[in-house]
Write a protein of this length. Structure first.
Length: 421
């Protein structure tokens, strides 16, 4: 039996890149033609010319808050309620074409179509050891959010039968697992721990459970080891309700391998500019899903590309995992300061490369210091940067010129180090 979900996972990287970029113009043209909100985002863009990563990087990033605000404006507008109004023009299908509609916090409404493995979690399940003929015990919620359906449709794509356990009712979950004998669990890692602890408390053996694909929250090594000590090998998947699967863990336990049907970029927070390989930035994803064709969707999550290929044999890009949030907006002296403003300040001065705005002091006595990497350490440059800070943020800041490569590589553009005691 193959160790891979399909042959796409072991393609030569250049073959994968060529295939993704070849599909990109048609995906963008489809979004422009069938999703009115995407047409507005991509107004004036020649889809046929977007054939390289550089051309893709020139397109605007769609932030999650913009998607939410667009849907809210659409739903508040007068007129009959239909799919276009509900989805805010971001989806390219209507009622009847969408099998289900879900709501994630906001609320943001997402469609699910009849497309096989619509959310693309099948390869994550396969990498976690789920196989045809297995019974999967699914403890993701089946109401409002798409998590339950994400794992169920993925399990069906692999060839598994699914028991929809859902959430809560821990003692009943223990008894159902004992009676059914599933080999795999899908759900949050914390709920699996609760189930296994309840089983131990009740003196019930759940020794058929051997594997788990977990998501929705942090999966620290300590919890992974705790599960392993009880015979369950847990693997994590990274995705969102907007995009479906983004990346997944394999037996190599080295980062998360990116899914095959998306284009992932890592950009400097507050901008759409790709960072160098290994540098921490915001995860931006372009899907090739014709039903919900999001182009350069900013997840708000921080990560970095892990150099090299996975020892497991999969050849796609790897992410280091979730490394925090990109939206570091904070309030200083009554005014909001955004990462995009820091990016604008740096853009005005080609001599500087990276920057980090550090805010210290106590409430009411804020102090801002903009630390920038620059080969030149002249007083005139520091003064010019300080003037740009005042112009862009309407606030004063000290400027420190630092040696290239000296700022932390953690994706932080704004560091709020104030004391709130």
């Amino acid at each position: 039996m193959s160790n891979f979900f399909d042959g796409l996972e072991t393609r030569a990287p250049e073959q994968r890149e060529q295939a993704l970029l070849a599909a990109l113009p048609a995906a963008i043209a489809h979004a422009q033609a069938h999703a009115p909100a995407l047409a507005r985002q991509l107004a004036g863009i020649d889809a046929g010319a977007v054939t390289t990563r550089a051309a893709l990087a020139a397109l605007p990033v769609l932030r999650k808050h913009e998607l939410l605000e667009g849907q809210q404006r659409s739903r508040a507008a007068p007129g009959p309620v239909d799919a276009e109004k509900v989805f805010g023009g971001y989806a390219a299908l209507g009622w009847g074409q969408a099998l289900r509609v879900f709501a994630s916090p906001g609320p943001i409404y997402e469609p699910e179509s009849a497309r096989r493995d619509y959310w693309r979690f099948g390869r994550a399940l396969y990498a976690a050891g789920f196989r045809e003929g297995h019974l999967t015990y699914n403890c993701f919620s089946y109401h409002f959010t798409p998590a339950g359906s994400m794992m169920e449709t993925a399990a069906h794509a692999v060839g598994c039968t699914v028991f929809p356990g859902g959430t809560g009712q821990t003692e009943q979950q223990v008894m159902a697992i004992r009676d059914l004998g599933p080999s795999g669990y899908t759900g949050t890692p914390s709920f699996l721990k609760i189930i296994l602890e309840k089983a131990e408390e009740l003196g019930v053996k759940l020794d058929t459970l051997r594997r788990a694909l977990v998501s929705g929250e942090a999966f620290p090594p300590s919890l992974r080891d705790w599960l392993s000590a009880r015979g369950v090998q847990g693997y994590q998947a990274y995705g969102s309700a907007d995009l479906g699967l983004i990346a997944f863990e394999t037996e190599a336990r080295e980062g998360l391998v990116v899914g095959e049907d998306i284009i992932v970029e890592i950009v400097r927070p507050g901008t759409g500019d790709p960072v160098e390989e290994g540098e921490v930035g915001e995860v931006v994803v372009t899907t090739l899903n014709p039903d919900y064709p999001l182009v350069r969707f900013g997840t708000g999550d921080l990560s970095a590309v892990l150099p090299g290929q996975s020892p497991c044999g999969r050849t796609n890009l790897r992410l280091r995992g979730w490394m925090g949030r990109a939206d570091q907006t904070t309030k200083v002296r009554g005014l909001f300061v955004h990462p995009s403003q820091v990016a604008e300040i740096l853009r005005r001065h080609p001599q500087v490369r990276r920057g980090r705005l550090v805010i210290t002091g106590a409430t009411g006595a804020d102090r801002m210091v903009l630390r920038v990497e620059a080969a030149e350490t002249s007083a005139p440059l520091a003064g010019a940067v300080a003037e740009s800070v005042r112009d862009v943020t309407k606030l004063r800041a000290e400027v420190e010129l630092c040696a290239p490569g000296s700022l932390p590589n953690d994706g932080k553009v704004i560091e709020d180090a104030r004391s709130y005691d």
